[in-house]
Design a protein around this ligand. Sequence first.
Ligand code: NAD
Length: 245
Amino acid sequence: ARRLADRVCVITGAASGIGRATAERFLAEGARVVAADLDGERLATLEGAVPVIGDVSVAEDARRMIDTAVERFGRLDVLVANAGVIPLLDITEAEPADWDTVMAVDGRGMFLTCKYAIEAMLASGGGAIVCTSSISGVAGQARQAVYGPAKFVASGLTKHLAVEWADRGIRVNAVAPGTIETERVAAARVEPGGPEYLGEVLGAHPMGRFGTPEEVASAILFLASDEASFVTGAILPVDGGYLAR
Ligand code: NAD
């Protein structure tokens, strides 16, 4: 049986990387997918999903992502709050504007999409949220002076919202991916300090490799599905053993 048959799902950051792999997996599992992203051109190549072009850090856009699901399909069952930007900066390199940008997208954007999703889920009797946190949202790492704290916001929202809404039928969980082979990581290979950073990080993954977007999508699928019916407030590492050290 398909694991998300007829479930109405909004996925943010769905044009690329982990979000795109999740959208493809959810579609294959029978979900009705609203795919939201800034990048309309790439979103248009995702067949079978309803595209919404918008910026998660802008309240009206975040609301429109959720409203689109409710207007098209009558309710919202699942939010995957995944959109994010990933600057790899130490605190001496980071400018005040870097902090503002990352907190806007990875912090405020997650807050806004979760807020409107919970309002919609309360109206339809419950649901499940999966936030994309990171190993940097659980443990300390070099070159994460800006990104890391924003990912702690994702982990924190997950726990606080899980406790607050558990008795209303809303589960809230997160995945904490290790380094995943996405375009962002490919770009980091040619950034100043990138190869050194990635080499060190690779050495800290006990499996000796980075993960794939599909491996993260599998974990997100589990948390979003009824198979995780007694799981809430969890931050599931998908990291080849990184956080186990
Ligand atoms: P990616 O760059 O491939 O995809 C991110 C997507 O988010 C892009 O399509 C981008 O257009 C979209 N996006 C960016 N800002 C947006 C905004 N303001 N509004 C709407 N959409 C926006 O990156 P990815 O690696 O797939 O990252 C997805 C999530 O996974 C992020 O939250 C990231 O922090 C997290 N993550 C990634 C890794 C990794 O190693 N790649 C590791 C841990 C966590």
